[in-house]
Each structure stands twice: as structure tokens, then as C-alpha cells.
Ligand binder design. Structure first.
Ligand SMILES: Cc1cc2nc3c(=O)[nH]c(=O)nc-3n(C[C@H](O)[C@H](O)[C@H](O)COP(=O)(O)OP(=O)(O)OC[C@H]3O[C@@H](n4cnc5c(N)ncnc54)[C@H](O)[C@@H]3O)c2cc1C
Length: 404
């Protein structure tokens, strides 16, 4: 790669901001433009449903790097700048204000957007979602003693928001269409644990409950009942923001398809973060869309390495975390091909782990307040080490001793 290669990054979130920083760290001397729709410099989203929402972290603490970093590193950060189209032949991106920018290398990092509910009232302007700092500010403004929050969707973001609402003295009710919360993303054991904890903290949880209409003062369920609330937060998953990539003709399949260097089907275009569908080497290279900070960082390193021409990072085991009340959930690996689960510790108390195995190999671990199980599990997944299932299920046996 020529040292003065001009890199244009679209999307100044966790992945895009990290690509810019890694490029400089890896010695790239050419121009870097980081253009993002939001007005804030790249910031961390996880605290928006946790510490920030509860008032335990301020904006400074959210920023990936201070604003001064971008000028110091000669990174041309352009806030409030929306890319509207890419001309791959001319290597040019057009922006909402009529301006345009050329590139040698384009990095797409446009993240994901909150899925909308296709029901009456699903586009009501008072409805809340939680993706951005602005969304979080709106949500925080309606939480407090005497207020009632209805959360549509029992996924991580919805459950974390409900826990934070309780911490702020508001009532919260979670309405989930599936028979259990976290149905798409966690084991039955974990769903049962978090359901019990939320109920113990005063959150009402309705399952098998489908919201069919939304009004400003609450929601209507399929059985005709009405749940009144001062505010309604919809947390029913996120969709890859891949429309720019699709209109540019890049190969997409619910996310831009990339390789293990974050390369798209166009040799001059990389894509990173939530918007991508990427191979997962530790799971046999299957393509998957991950929505997590560790994924954004790993792909940012892959893209920056490939752009400067240095070896890429070693493949990582996908991982994720969630904080609710005093519980730190850490998940590593994906339960593809799992044929059994092994529980280690007591799921009715805090401090247990659920291991998902394919044969005698761990493919995923869900650990609640159990960092040693998470760390050891992640390593065993990465190395595909066979384990002794008897020993794994016995918390008295150290995790070191479970490997065969
Ligand atoms: C409330 C919440 C809690 C979370 N908690 C956790 C957690 O506990 N652990 C974890 O691992 N992950 C968590 N995540 C997920 C994690 O934050 C994301 O995976 C991560 O932010 C992905 O980074 P990204 O850069 O791909 O996308 P984003 O950080 O979403 O950034 C994409 C950026 O691109 C901008 N953009 C989009 N289109 C355009 C355009 N056309 N032109 C210019 N800019 C554009 C967007 O405005 C946005 O700023 C959470 C997410 C949310 C919303």
C-alpha cells in the first residue's frame, strides 16, 4: 500500500473510530477522513443502557478517545456528515449536504439500526429506542420515581434498560413475544435466572405476550389487554445498516459479506462492525453477524492491518457481556452444533456457568459472576481442547483440570 493512500471511513462509531486509531498506531501516514452521522466523536454504546443511564458515567467516560485525539493524530473527523451514495467506479462518496469526497480505500462502518415494529403505532414519534446517546438522553428524561416504563422485547438492551429504570426508581414491565426472555441469544437456564432476578427487583415480565398496537400511553397485547405506561421502549433487535453497501453493489446477505481481513467484494472497500457478516474461524469459518464491541475492535484491527500491509491479528473467540443489577454475564463462543449443556455451579445462586458442548468440546460458555469459568472456557473453545464432562460439571474441580 502506498504510504500516502487516502482512507475514507464512513461511520464514526466503535468500529470506524477504532480503524482510524489503529491506522495511525500501525504507522499509516496518509490522509484519514472519519465521517459520521452523529455529532459526538466515537463513543461506547454499552453504558447507554447501564452505567450512563443510571447516572454513574458522564459523556467524557463514554468517549473512545478525547476529541483532541483526532486533531493530534491528523485524523480529519467530520461529525454530522451522512454518506448518501458510493460511486465505486469513480471512488467517490457523496454526502447529504451535496459535498463529496474521493478515496483510495473506503471503510464502511455504519453499524446497525433498531428494528421497528410493523404494527399500528410502531412509528409513533414518542416511542423510544436505544442505539445512540440522543436516544439514551430521551429515555433517561422519562425515568424516575412515579414513572412506568414498558419495554417491548426481552433482549439484552431491553433487560438492561429495565434494570437501570429500577435503579432510578421507575417501575418497569418487559413484554416478550417468545416463551422466555433472551430466547434468541441465551440458554433456558440463563433466561430463567435473569427472569427470576428481574422479578426479585420488581420488574414485571410478561412472556408469550405479543404487542399488536402502540399508543402514547401504553401498548395493546394480542389478547386485547392494555399495558399502561408513561414511556414505551422498543428493543426488538437491530438490523445491519448495509443500504449504502447494497446500493454500491457490494455482496450483501443481511450485512455486508466480508472475509477475515474485513475485505468486501470490492478490493478498494473494507467493512467492519455490526454491519458485516463475517467468517468465524473458531467455528469452522461459518459466516455470522456479530453485534459486539470485541467484534468491532477485532475487525477494526483486521482492516487497519490489511490497509497498512502488516499481518492481521490472531482470530478471536467471539465474546460479549451484559450487566444487570450485580450480575456480570460473560458469553464466549456460539452454540452452533452443540448437542448438550453442562451447568457448573448453582443457577439459583449467583456464580455459575452454562457450557455448551459439541461432543467433548466446548463451543460456548455463558458465565454469570464466574470470570474463571469464562476465561478458561474461552481458551478451551479457541484451542478446541477436549474436556472431561464429569469434571467440568463439578465446581470443586479447577477449570485447569477439566482439559483432557
Ligand atoms: C444500548 C446498547 C448496549 C450495548 N451493550 C453491549 C455490551 O454490553 N457488550 C457488547 O459487546 N456490545 C454491546 N452493544 C453493541 C455494541 O455497542 C456494538 O456492537 C458496537 O457499537 C458496534 O460498533 P459499530 O461501529 O459497528 O456500530 P456503531 O457503534 O453503531 O456505529 C455506527 C455509526 O455509523 C453511523 N452511520 C450510519 N450510517 C451512516 C452514514 N450513511 N453516514 C455516516 N455515518 C453513518 C451511525 O450514526 C453510528 O454513529 C450495545 C449496543 C447498544 C446500542
Amino acid at each position: 500500500m502506498h504510504p500516502m493512500t487516502k482512507v475514507l471511513i464512513i461511520g464514526a462509531g466503535h468500529a470506524g473510530g477504532s480503524v482510524a486509531a489503529f491506522l495511525r498506531q500501525y504507522g499509516h501516514e496518509g490522509p484519514i477522513i472519519l465521517a459520521g452521522e452523529e455529532d459526538a466523536p466515537p463513543y461506547q454504546r454499552p453504558p447507554l443502557s447501564k452505567a450512563w443511564l443510571k447516572g454513574e458515567a458522564d459523556l467524557e467516560a463514554l468517549l473512545l478517545r478525547p476529541l483532541s485525539f483526532y486533531a493530534e493524530q491528523n485524523i480529519d473527523f467530520r461529525p454530522s456528515t451522512i454518506a448518501v451514495s458510493v460511486d465505486v467506479a469513480a471512488r467517490t462518496v457523496a454526502f447529504h449536504d451535496g459535498s463529496s469526497e474521493t478515496y483510495d480505500i473506503l471503510v464502511l462502518a455504519t453499524g446497525s439500526t433498531a428494528r421497528k415494529l410493523p404494527i399500528p403505532g410502531g412509528d409513533h414519534p414518542d416511542l423510544l429506542e436505544l442505539r445512540t446517546l440522543k436516544d439514551a438522553e430521551r429515555l433517561k428524561a422519562v425515568l424516575g420515581p412515579g414513572k412506568r416504563l414498558a419495554v417491548v422485547g426481552g433482549g439484552y438492551v431491553g433487560l438492561e434498560a429495565a434494570a437501570s429504570a429500577r435503579a432510578l426508581g421507575a417501575e418497569a414491565i418487559v413484554i416478550e413475544r417468545a416463551p422466555r426472555v433472551l430466547a434468541r441469544v441465551a440458554s433456558q437456564t440463563l433466561s430463567a435466572f435473569f427472569t427470576a432476578q428481574h422479578r426479585a427487583h420488581g420488574v414485571e415480565i410478561l412472556t408469550d405476550a405479543e404487542v399488536t398496537a402502540i399508543a402514547h400511553d401504553g401498548v395493546t397485547l394480542a389478547d386485547g389487554s392494555v399495558v399502561r405506561a408513561d414511556a414505551v421502549l422498543v428493543g426488538v433487535g437491530a438490523l445491519a445498516s448495509d443500504s449504502l453497501a447494497r446500493s454500491a453493489g457490494l455482496r450483501c446477505d443481511d450485512g455486508v459479506v466480508v472475509d477475515d481481513q474485513a475485505r468486501t467484494s470490492d478490493p478498494a472497500i473494507f467493512a467492519v462492525g455490526d454491519m458485516t457478516r463475517r467468517p468465524i474461524p473458531v467455528h469452522g469459518g461459518v459466516h455470522h453477524r456479530l453485534e459486539s464491541v470485541p467484534n468491532a475492535l477485532e475487525q477494526a484491527k483486521q482492516a487497519a492491518s490489511a490497509i497498512v500491509g502488516r499481518p492481521g491479528p490472531s482470530p478471536e473467540v467471539p465474546w460479549f457481556w451484559s450487566d444487570q443489577y450485580d450480575f456480570k454475564l460473560q458469553i464466549a463462543g456460539l452454540p452452533f452444533d452443540a448437542d448438550r449443556q453442562v451447568v457448573r455451579g448453582d443457577p439459583s445462586a449467583s456464580g455459575f456457568a452454562v457450557f455448551h458442548l459439541a461432543g467433548d468440546r466446548i463451543v460456548s460458555v455463558e458465565a454469570v459472576n464466574a470470570p474463571p469459568e469464562f476465561m478458561a472456557g474461552k481458551q478451551l473453545i479457541g484451542k478446541a481442547t477436549p474436556v472431561d464432562v464429569e469434571k467440568l460439571s463439578d465446581p470443586a474441580v479447577s477449570m485447569k483440570a477439566v482439559a483432557l
